[in-house]
Design a protein around this ligand. Structure first.
Ligand code: SF4
Length: 222
């Protein structure tokens, strides 16, 4: 019975290939301000901010980096202080021991292999200590070189609700999305879903009655 209902709902909204462009267009109008919420002025500050954002909020990271970036301006600066000092400086972002270790390892590799510059390719970025695929995707997308699609908790939930994927694993979800989303939208697509997830398509109580995707979403409750 439940399966029939899902099938019916999918049939009602049409195939995902036909829905993807209108979904992106409508969300782009609805959330014209959708963008990364981290504050940074350089690729290095972007990389550090994204690394610090694991397991905490962007607001919290911005609070810490407001003073952090005045003190640490170049990769060398992260290595010029004892690890304990860096730990104290990023303490409020949580998991500060691991994060300080990752930051120092990353800075060392940037200096040794990348002339102190942040690389742009996913393959190079994931070589940096503490930089997983999601971090690498965020950094490369923000630097204008998206090579994949960021999948966080909102992107996962909305992609499933919109029937863009049947997968649960972020890597497999990303694989489905890169086949579906036009390449020129890889960078902004996750921001649109994240903002829609925060503002309308809440995890526990989606506000379908206020949603611009209601006729394109098989999970709509109205
Ligand atoms: S119609 Fe409902 S479930 Fe679908 S995207 Fe909108 S809020 Fe989410």
């Amino acid at each position: 019975m439940a399966r029939n209902y899902v099938k019916e709902a999918r049939k009602r909204v049409g195939p995902k290939r036909q829905r993807i462009r209108p979904v992106i267009e409508r969300l782009a109008v609805e959330h014209a301000d959708a963008a990364i919420a981290l504050t940074f002025r350089s690729p290095l500050e972007l990389l550090v901010s994204v690394m610090l954002s694991a397991q905490t909020t962007d607001v919290n990271v911005n609070r810490v980096t407001a003073t952090l970036f005045a003190k640490y301006r170049a990769p060398e600066d992260y290595l010029a202080v004892p690890q304990e000092e860096l730990e104290r400086d990023i303490f409020a972002t949580g998991f500060y021991r691991q994060k300080a270790k990752s930051l120092r390892g990353t800075m060392r590799l940037l200096l040794e292999e990348f002339d102190g510059e942040v690389p742009r390719t996913l393959e190079e970025l994931v070589r940096l200590p503490g930089v997983a695929r999601k971090t690498a995707n965020v950094v490369s997308a923000e630097l204008g070189q998206a090579q994949g699609i960021v999948v966080d908790t909102h992107v996962r939930r909305l992609s499933q609700r919109l029937a863009f994927t049947r997968q649960d694993d972020p890597v497999k979800i990303e694989r489905d999305l890169v086949r579906l989303v036009p390449r020129e939208d890889w960078a902004r697509f996750p921001h649109l879903l994240i903002w829609h997830g925060r503002r309308v398509c809440d995890a526990r109580r989606p506000r379908c009655e206020d949603c611009v995707l209601v006729d394109l979403c098989p999970s709509s409750r109205v």
